[in-house]
Design a protein around this ligand. Structure first.
Ligand SMILES: O=C(O)CCC(=O)C(=O)O
Ligand SMILES: [Fe+2]
Length: 284
């Protein structure tokens, strides 16, 4: 599998041009424009009630008052805060957000064990034809050595599971209600390490994949942006012990990223669990 633009996480282009790269086929785009119109006409059934009220009144101040004063919200008052539990983003896209899936002490212990117990690597990837170092460390585990995963021009070969990661997998499978057979681990050394806008829509995961994520260590903002025009944005602050599940049409209709945060000095580990249903070799 060659890296498709949408699986290139190191894009530095501004979000608007980036969005073009993941735009759906034109017939699909028409349907989505219609969906977008519906939303801007004021059909907000799927929004949390506090956001709904402020959007209907055309004011952002009400929802702003509900938000904690973190950096991105001061910069971007149009970002909605993800709600604890099930977030219905519309058109079959759902996000489950559980900030305390692991208790505090347990998540700290797991963070320390994973920080030192996993062979983290900083991969060289290709960006606009040039080699660059990925702005974070990674590791990759799966059920079977044949379950390779290629993105941004780099193929990852899985190692086997460690006991700690298997325990984390069990927990996120309970939250997501599905089983996973692979996991990409990202180690953000500080607020400079980041992950650009992308969607995990690779063929090997099949249509409408469920992706389960667990965060350990420093809190980082997990941003989501719809590919509709105008795009909607959400922020889910993912602290140590948080679980987040993306399911349904999320990978088709939304992009996500972990932006740089200058104020964050500490490290964070994130594990995204996925289920490969069609190995890369077979997908060619
Ligand atoms: O670090 C995160 O929260 C997101 C990771 C992610 O989106 C990915 O690995 O594809
Ligand atoms: Fe992702």
């Amino acid at each position: 599998m060659t890296a498709s633009p949408s699986s290139n996480r190191e894009l530095t282009a501004p979000p608007s041009s980036n969005r073009e790269l993941t735009a759906p086929p034109s017939s699909n785009r028409e349907q989505m424009k219609e969906f977008s119109k519906k939303r801007s006409r004021g059909s907000f059934e799927s929004l949390p009630s506090a956001c709904e009220a402020s959007l209907k009144s055309g004011s952002t101040s009400k929802s702003d008052r509900l938000l904690k004063p973190t950096e991105h919200r001061l910069e971007k008052p149009n970002v909605k805060e993800g709600q604890v539990g099930l977030n219905d983003l519309g058109e079959g896209a759902h996000v489950i957000y559980v900030p305390d899936a692991f208790e505090r002490e347990r998540s700290k212990e797991l963070f320390h064990r994973l920080s030192s117990g996993i062979p983290w690597e900083q991969k060289e990837i290709r960006m606009m034809g040039r080699p660059i170092l990925q702005p974070r460390l990674i590791a990759y585990m799966a059920d079977d050595p044949s379950m390779t995963y290629t993105y941004s021009g780099s193929t990852l070969h899985p190692t086997g599971w460690t006991d700690d990661v298997l325990k984390i997998k069990k927990k996120i499978e309970e939250v997501a209600g599905v089983t996973f057979n692979s996991c990409l681990l990202n180690h953000y050394r500080n607020g400079q390490d980041h992950l650009s806008w992308h969607s995990d829509n690779e063929r090997l995961y099949g249509p409408s994949p469920t992706i389960g994520s667990v965060s350990l260590g420093a809190t980082r903002d997990f941003m989501m942006k719809s590919i509709l025009d105008p795009p909607e944005k959400y922020c889910f602050p993912l602290g140590g012990g948080a679980a987040l599940v993306m399911r349904g049409t999320v990978q088709d209709r939304w992009l996500h990223c972990v932006p740089k945060r200058a104020r964050v000095k500490d490290a964070r580990i994130n594990l995204t669990f996925r289920s490969i249903i069609c190995a890369e070799k077979a997908a060619h």
